[in-house]
Design a protein around this ligand. Structure first.
Ligand SMILES: [Fe+2]
Length: 438
């Protein structure tokens, strides 16, 4: 049988495949729980290969240690079902094995190859796109989707989602004009595509078009912040950034309290947005009260430490901001041990993660010169440990703040101009310049 896009599957049960389509749609629009939907199919039909593949692939897009048991369980089942799998399904299983073994780059590459053969495999495209994001591979954020696009046509029901992913890839590659065009086209085709909305949010962030950004987010809030939208916290985060850079920290904090604040059971992705906003406020000298405590307490638990360097950076920030130096020292030790392994996270840590962790810890201790020394050489290649330009801006902000607080006015002045060169109309850039020249 084939799925709705004509991709061959080994499924023989029409009902299972119908549930797969529902789960895939939920994944495309980031609404509800796609895994809970596919679990319905697996409960009735445990041998449904694409059900097992879907469950593992979607679970791992959280990119945290807690999902390993789920991925491993699906892989065990896929091992039993190997003789039923077609080549594409086997390629999914092989990619999953690489991910579970910590070879995230191998996983990403395996999905690239799979998509060359099956460019209409929408699951592979979306999780591959996410992997490019977690690995900071901006060229492939654009390239992977561009390679698949010719196999899609405007008449395809999910075409808009492919355009939305392309928009984000274009944006991360700095092609803002085409990114905006693609993003607007995508939300025309699929008004509830919150990933395309997010691509537009990035374009406006990178071009410092804060007022337009606020208007775009507020005017379409019913399309990206529905009650069951699981990505809304991140689009709220982008909205808060606009307010912050316009000099409205109270508005940013209000958004934090209502939409971003991570509950104790939160996933790492939510926690890091919470940390990233509080740290920007903290760097700007705003008091955020007790808001750090719940985040720091959760990080201090340590369950996710040493798994993914980008998450570790945010953990280090929360521990540093709350003066938990013993926990921060433990985190650094775990990260140093993780850097000796042979997996992708170890490469990330060695290349950029460890100096960044040391830089943040030094900032917390007031050793601003050390922060500058650690951050200067790595900040431009920090994409190696993942995230977006907007997320990694935290490094540039920390660096300039360290220069200012450490009394290195010449460096602060130069860095302010670097920022003004990128965002000439941003009030925040000029605020830094003022402080550097006082
Ligand atoms: Fe984003």
């Amino acid at each position: 049988m084939k799925d709705q896009r004509g991709v061959p599957t080994s499924a023989s049960n029409q009902e299972s495949l119908a549930i797969y389509e529902q789960a895939l749609r939920a994944l495309n629009v980031y609404r509800g729980d796609p895994v809970a939907i596919i679990d319905q199919a697996l409960a009735a039909d445990p041998d449904f290969v694409m059900g097992q593949v879907f469950k593992a692939q979607v679970s791992l897009t959280m990119w945290e240690r807690s999902v390993l048991p789920t991925v491993t369980a699906s892989l065990a089942k896929l091992g039993e079902l190997d003789n039923r799998c077609n080549d594409r399904e086997r390629a999914h299983a092989q990619a999953l094995r690489l991910w579970a073994g910590g070879d995230w780059r191998g996983y990403k590459d395996a999905l690239d190859r799979l998509l060359v053969e099956h460019p209409r495999d929408l699951l592979a495209l979306q999780v591959g796109h996410q992997a490019d994001f977690f690995l900071g591979d901006r060229d492939n954020l654009r390239g992977r989707v561009a390679r698949a696009l010719p196999a899609w046509s405007r008449e395809d029901p999910a075409y808009g989602f492919v355009v939305g992913m392309h928009a984000f890839g274009l944006e991360e590659c700095g092609d803002y004009g085409r990114a905006e065009e693609a993003g607007r086209h995508a939300i025309e085709l699929e008004p509830d595509d919150s990933w395309a909305q997010h691509a537009l949010a990035h374009v406006l962030e990178m071009q410092a078009r804060q007022a337009e950004g606020i208007a775009l987010m507020e005017s379409r809030v019913e399309h990206w912040a529905q009650e069951d939208n699981t990505f809304q916290f991140h689009n709220w985060w982008h909205t808060a950034l606009y307010h912050l850079d316009q000099g409205m920290p109270d508005r940013a904090l209000d958004i934090y309290d209502r939409h971003i604040r991570a509950d104790p059971a939160a996933v790492q992705l939510m926690m890091l947005d919470a940390v990233a906003l509080l740290w920007r406020l903290h760097l700007n000298g705003h008091d955020v009260g007790r808001r750090w405590d719940e985040l720091a307490a959760k990080y201090a638990g340590g369950e996710e430490i040493g798994f993914y360097a980008f998450n570790d950076m945010h953990a280090m920030i929360a521990l540093t901001a709350t003066g938990r130096d013993a926990d921060a020292a433990r985190l650094l030790k775990s990260a140093e041990a993780a850097a000796d392994k042979g997996d992708t996270n170890a490469i990330m840590l060695r290349e950029v993660g460890l100096p960044i962790l040391r830089a943040i810890r030094a900032f917390g201790a007031g050793r601003y010169g050390e922060t500058v020394d650690q951050l200067m050489p790595v900040r431009y290649r920090a994409s190696l440990f993942g995230g977006s330009h907007a997320q990694r801006d935290i490094l540039h902000r920390t660096l300039i703040e360290a220069a200012l607080r450490g009394g290195d006015k010449a460096l602060a002045h130069a860095l302010a101009h670097e920022r003004i060169g990128q965002k000439p109309h941003c009030p925040f850039s000029w605020g830094l310049h003022r402080r550097a020249t006082q």
